[in-house]
Design a protein around this ligand. Structure first.
Ligand SMILES: C[S@@+](CC[C@H](N)C(=O)[O-])C[C@H]1O[C@@H](n2cnc3c(N)ncnc32)[C@H](O)[C@@H]1O
Length: 200
C-alpha cells in the first residue's frame, strides 16, 4: 500500500482525529522545566504540523515562534495567529536564517529511520540551534507503536535518545510520558531536554 502523503492527513481528517493530536501539548511541561526563557527567545517547532504548541508559546509572551513542517496544508488547520511564522519545508534540508534558542520536536525525528536522514537532521539542528540553546525532543518510547501515519518509526529509550544526540547535544533530563487518553492504543513517548554546548 502506498504511504499516504503528510498533506493527505491534514486535508482529509479533522485535526482532533489524528492519532498524534494532543489537546494541550505535554512538552509545554518540558519547556517550562528549561527555566524562564526571555520573551525574545526564538523557537523552532520542527514538524509542528497543526499542534497548538506555538499558540501556547505566543500566549506566554514568546515573540518569535516558527513552525516548520513538510505538509504545506498543516497550517490551514491552525489558529492562523499572525504572530506565528509557518514555513513549509523538510527538516533534513532546512536552513535557518538565524540560529534559534529553542528547538522543539515532538514526533518527527522518530520517522527518520535511515542513518543518513538522522545525520542530515542533526546537521540542520547544529546549524539552527544557538550555542547554549535548548532542545526538547520527543519520540515514541520502546513500548510505543512501530508505525505511525503508515510509516515505520524508530523507538527510543531515554538512554538511546541521549546516545543518538551525543556529540551534538548534552542531555539535561528525560522522562517517559503516556498520553492519558491512550488506554486502548498505548503511545508512550520518550521526551528529553538537551542543551547545545558552546563551541570549543
Ligand atoms: C506525528 S506528526 C506530529 C505533529 C506535531 N509535532 C504534534 O505533536 O502534533 C509528524 C509531523 O511531522 C511532519 N514531518 C514529517 N517528516 C518531516 C520532515 N522531514 N520535515 C518536516 N516535517 C516533517 C509531518 O508533516 C507531521 O506534521
Amino acid at each position: 500500500m502506498p504511504v499516504r502523503d503528510w498533506d493527505d492527513f491534514y486535508t482529509s481528517s479533522s485535526v482532533t482525529d489524528l492519532s498524534w493530536y494532543e489537546e494541550t501539548p505535554t512538552t509545554l511541561i518540558d519547556i517550562a522545566k528549561l527555566g524562564l526563557m526571555p520573551a525574545e527567545t526564538t523557537v523552532l517547532d520542527v514538524g509542528g504540523g497543526a499542534s497548538t504548541l506555538a499558540d501556547h508559546l505566543v500566549e506566554r509572551g514568546y515573540e518569535h515562534v516558527t513552525v516548520l513542517d513538510l505538509a504545506t496544508t498543516a497550517a490551514s488547520n491552525t489558529s492562523q495567529d499572525p504572530r506565528i511564522t509557518r514555513v513549509a519545508g523538510d527538516v533534513r534540508s532546512h536552513s535557518c536564517d538565524e540560529a534559534v534558542g529553542l528547538w522543539h520536536d515532538r514526533a518527527t525525528f522518530h520517522f527518520l529511520t535511515e542513518p543518513q536522514e538522522r545525520a542530515a537532521y542533526k546537521s540542520v539542528l547544529a546549524q539552527c540551534l544557538k550555542d547554549g540553546g535548548s532542545a526538547v525532543i520527543a519520540t515514541f518510547a520502546p513500548a510505543g507503536p512501530t508505525m505511525c501515519a503508515g510509516r515505520d518509526v524508530d523507538r527510543y529509550s531515554e538512554g538511546e535518545l541521549v546516545s543518538e544526540f551525543a556529540g551534538t547535544l548534552d542531555p539535561v533530563a528525560c522522562r517517559t510520558h503516556v498520553p492519558a487518553d491512550s488506554d486502548s492504543d498505548q503511545r508512550p513517548y520518550t521526551i528529553c531536554r538537551f542543551t547545545k554546548p558552546a563551541a570549543s
